[in-house]
Design a protein around this ligand. Sequence first.
Ligand code: SF4
Ligand code: SF4
Length: 385
Amino acid sequence: MYATKLASLLKQVKPEKEIYIFYTDIRAYGKGFEEYYKKAQTMGIKYIRGKVAELEENPENKKVILRAEDTLSRQVIESEFDLVVLSTGLQLSNSSEKIINFLKLTKSSDGFLQEAHPKYKPVDTNIEGVFIAGTAQGPKDIPDTVAQASAAAARSMVSLAQKEFQVDPMLAYVHPDKCDGCGDCLNVCPKDAIVMNKETGKAEVLEALCIGCGACLPSCSKEALDFHGYTNDQMYAAIQGVLDQKKENETRIIIFADDTCTYRVADAVGIRKMKYSEDTRIIRVPSSSRISPNLMLYAFKEGADAIILGDCVKKSSRFPWSKEMTEKSLEIVNEKLKSAGIDGRRVVFSEFSAGALNYFLNIVNGMAENLKQYERIKETQRKEL
Ligand code: SF4
Ligand code: SF4
């Protein structure tokens, strides 16, 4: 649209100029954008779908010879131009990197700052009290930037109006009596929220920095790291609870559903009364990375036949590191399952977006179908875990 805008301005002051815009795709998505694009065409600006293949200087008149293919008419274009302008994509400014590193903000896969949630928290970041607006989040025009900046200002006013700042209670914490100060958890937190207390010699979670992903918990083999609201004891009890009623001829698939995406999609599936395997039991978790190998192995030991770990799609996740960390835990579980002779395909990780109801059904029902092909897990195998 910026190429269209600049071409229109030039055409207004110099209507005699012939202007071409070469493009691969045009999306005039905003209010009035389509009309603006059409108006540019009526002004005489020519749009050619096709990449420019070659540019060359004409040694006689110093003009630029341009060669391109019009992929709509399938004709090769060769023409001379006074000026050729490269319409480049936008990138986050280099100086933003300093702030990103300092505040430990998260970037999305396109290199711009990531919002806490694209639908529910579009101007929040994953750090409480830090908001984003404008092209820090991605390319956008002035009206969208103004709207977003107003929203960010309003959100920051809410924070400033509070006499005390409240942190989310769902955070990691350390049981000092279980912590032996081994330091295994120290470099795991993407927000550097875990430190060693020099006086006590035990690890500590800095609550103001912790954003409650739970990804640090698998790093502590002594289970000294814990999580408010989803404590180790509560997780073991929840697993026990969903397996208690299992009858001998039944199977159980446990879905550890992250709070933001997987649980919502499962909820939506339920509300629409869409059918998925009755053998499924869902346990809500802050993120899939909160589930330690110990918890997964405990589930198998106690009677689970398959586990699905669900989390948000990385590019829209509050915790984009979750997938990578969950996969590390899966490697450990797979090794253990293998040594007990249990098929490793019984544990899968999958990314879900909140609207992907059919995809959710495919994953769950697919696992239920697969279980029919696998040999049942023997009690002796479960005991080996
Ligand atoms: S919390 Fe666990 S991993 Fe961290 S220092 Fe203590 S015992 Fe070690
Ligand atoms: S829960 Fe996440 S943010 Fe908090 S200390 Fe653990 S890894 Fe860091």
